[in-house]
Write a protein that binds this ligand. Sequence first.
Ligand SMILES: C[S@@+](CC[C@H](N)C(=O)[O-])C[C@H]1O[C@@H](n2cnc3c(N)ncnc32)[C@H](O)[C@@H]1O
Length: 252
Amino acid sequence: MASEEIVGEFTHQSETFGASVVARSARTLDELVRLAAPRAGERWLDVACGPGIISRRLAGEVAAVHGVDVTPAMIDVARREAAAAGTDNATFELGDATALTATDAAYDGVITRFSLHHIPAPGRVLAEMARVVRPGGAVVVADHLTDEDAEAAAWSQEIERLRDPSHWACLALGRLRRLGAAAGLTLEDEVGLGLELDFDDWLTRGSGGAGARSVIERLLADPPAGARCFGVEETGGRRILGLRMWAGRWVR
Ligand SMILES: C[S@@+](CC[C@H](N)C(=O)[O-])C[C@H]1O[C@@H](n2cnc3c(N)ncnc32)[C@H](O)[C@@H]1O
């Protein structure tokens, strides 16, 4: 399932993604850990772990965390950062979220953040996460959403893909909830969070952003009426991109 676009894009972003404010936000990480409710002694899997930010945060709460990601450069950064932080209970390896190598029921909890919108088969990811967690274990997903409104969704996803060619499609909240149910999971808790990103930083971090700036600006100048999950506003001389993130904890 892993495409050259994904590996190319996240090799390009392997240092910058982990340095971004949105990736490191303590508020978001605290909220995710509260939602995930990990317990001491547990083993967790971080799917599409990127530079290992979630893995390192969880490692302080549980016995062991294993991170898998399809981009070799991200695994290198995750190992380096864990070593630099003195985190000795987090391990990392290459792996595809749609075909995990873990055995059934191998983990107490499984988490993924900001990954489903890059993966053309998000239902496969949820099914795999459900498979590798034990009965009663937690499956936690966090991602930014698109609108239920079709015009608004098409508009924001066009902008996202112009800026980052590895972006496949953000999901609307209804679809995310349905995918969890289809994987046999029961939604126990969920939270919505607003994300605020520096627009220029976001635009230029994506490999397509600089080249597509003028068409993106034209699209931004004409948002559809139903756009709620994606928008750019000017505040204090800075342009802020507002996204809506959702995080949910299902139980198997
Ligand atoms: C935006 S980053 C998020 C990283 C991390 N989850 C976080 O939130 O800090 C998305 C990551 O998904 C990974 N990815 C995309 N498709 C994947 C797949 N099919 N299997 C595993 N990893 C994948 C990319 O390589 C990238 O590291």
